[in-house]
Design a protein around this ligand. Structure first.
Ligand code: F0G
Length: 478
């Protein structure tokens, strides 16, 4: 079965390996000629568009000149008009305008609105992180918290778009392999779109929070006795045999939706790019999406320069780090991954070539961080009143290393992309604060460095004096 491409849009598919431009993708979203990944490009964008004001743009929104819906892309890429159109939608009552993804639909392939499945995703806050900035040795540090999405991870921005594409193509079943967040997100969007969802997750290696989400949203949830990479292998076989729509990030619609995090970020920064953006690297779809958005925004003159996009991996799940550092990005050797940041426990990342291109074009860096560095950084982000799940905290841990190496300078502005909410993985947090996250592990000696960040709960008798004594002791130590 082949997946027809939307013909109304000017978006086209292209293979990142051999450059073929197929009219449709197979169900594994790989190039039929060479097996590499596909991506969307927009041949209709008028990249040499002259100064603003000449184009006819209409949105139905008050105060916005005329027409713009992705079909007339040649006349729709005026940067000032796009910015004002997107801003005007923030006061709209329309469901699509209220979504932080569909609000930017001019930069996405066209999907008819009647197929859009939205939970009002996106619209995530950009927070200043003063304590983390001091800890990292930079003056200007912000976090864009993608964990503030409807299912509490960044996956929702890609999922709204790719699930809508499944709906448009009338699939009954959607499926993914996941370390937990993709599956939670997919299950929610499938339920909203009246589709069935099949989740393949590694048994015992995803957090309870994430597992509980896919159960509640009604997915057929299969815990396979393997790791994430083993789940991906089975799913790839499955979609060749069954009419099931693949919703992993090899699906280029996922990447398109996830681009909007970067567009929204630039809008929040009044289109003044930071010097650095730092993202965690797992399957490498997110870094690919953010990088694609940055390049496209610069081509469209929405921004004037590219931030450096750096990718951080856990040391125990670092195939991309090793690919870049050991082989200059020429090959990637799959590995058996191991980290307590289970979201990024991935040994054979699908989108590594796309991510490599992003590093090269933006001049970003790749880093790896230890388990203790991840746990400490997570507690520091928590102490700024923000919090995140472990995989997100690699960004702060990585920033510290990039500062030490001199890649990030003290006066440069930095944005961390926090990918998941603190409550996704409370087990990790509780074990850390109780001091037993690393018990019996090789990291135990190193973990002493992070002790000062631990805030274990204190068990007391129900006695006022005991509570006052605890309060006084805390005040003396503060
Ligand atoms: N952070 C979190 C919280 C994640 O869940 C993931 C990936 C990543 C970072 C890495 O992003 O894969 O685009 O490089 N989680 C996937 C999942 C693999 O199945 O939920 P990536």
């Amino acid at each position: 079965m082949s997946i027809a491409q939307n013909t109304e849009t000017i978006a086209k598919l292209r293979c990142i390996g051999c450059g073929a431009t197929p009219d449709s993708a197979g169900q594994d979203f790989r190039c039929a000629a060479c097996g590499d990944l596909l991506e969307f490009f927009f041949p209709g964008w008028n990249l040499d568009s002259p100064a603003s004001g000449q184009h006819s743009i209409a949105s139905g929104a008050p105060g916005v000149p005329a027409r713009l819906n992705g079909r007339d892309a040649r006349s729709s890429t005026d940067p000032a008009a796009l910015k004002s159109l997107w801003l005007s939608r923030r006061t709209s009552r329309d469901a699509l305008d209220q979504s932080g993804v569909w609000r930017f639909r001019e930069l996405l392939p066209h999907i008819p609105p009647e197929h859009a499945i939205t939970l009002r995703e996106g619209n995530t806050p950009l927070y200043h992180l003063p304590r983390c900035a001091r800890a990292a040795g930079v003056e200007n540090l912000h976090a864009k918290h993608q964990g503030m999405n409807p299912t509490a991870s960044f996956k929702d921005t890609g999922m709204t778009f790719a699930a809508s594409s499944a709906h448009q193509q009338e699939f009954r079943w959607v499926a993914c392999a996941s370390t937990g967040n993709t599956s939670a997100s997919m299950a929610a969007y499938a339920a909203r779109g009246n589709m069935h969802s099949l989740v393949l997750i590694p048994d015992g290696k995803i957090s309870w929070g994430k597992l509980s989400q896919s159960l509640d949203y009604g997915a057929l949830t299969c815990q396979l006795r393997t790791d994430f990479d083993g789940c991906v292998r089975i799913l790839n076989e499955l979609v060749r045999q069954k009419p099931v729509y693949l919703l992993n990030s090899v699906n280029p619609y996922r990447i398109e939706g996830q681009k909007t995090a970067a567009i929204e970020l630039m809008e929040q920064l009044t289109w003044e790019p930071p010097d650095h953006i730092i993202v965690p690297g797992g399957n490498l779809g997110n870094s690919s999406a953010i990088g694609k958005a940055l390049v496209e925004m610069r081509e469209l003159k929405l921004i004037s320069r590219l931030p450096k996009l750096s990718i951080i991996q856990a040391q125990g799940a670092n195939p991309f780090y090793r690919s870049v550092r050991d082989f200059g990005g020429k090959k990637l050797e799959p590995m058996t991954a191991d980290t307590q940041a289970t979201a990024i426990r991935i040994g054979n990342p699908a989108s590594w070539k796309k991510a490599l291109r992003v590093l090269q074009v933006t001049g970003g860096e790749v880093e790896q961080v230890t388990e203790v560095e991840i746990a400490a950084a997570k507690a520091e982000i928590g102490a700024d009143g923000i919090g995140c799940e472990p995989a997100s905290a690699v960004t702060l841990a990585g920033l510290k290393k990039l500062r030490r190496s001199g890649f990030v300078k003290p006066g440069e502005s930095v944005v961390l992309i926090l990918t998941g909410h603190l409550l996704k993985d409370p087990d990790f947090t509780i074990k850390f604060h109780r001091g037993n996250l690393f018990a019996g592990m090789p990291d135990e000696p190193e973990s002493a460095q992070a002790k000062y960040l631990q805030r274990a709960p204190i068990v007391l008798d129900a006695d006022l004096g005991a509570v006052i004594a605890a309060l006084d002791a805390a005040e003396r130590n503060s």
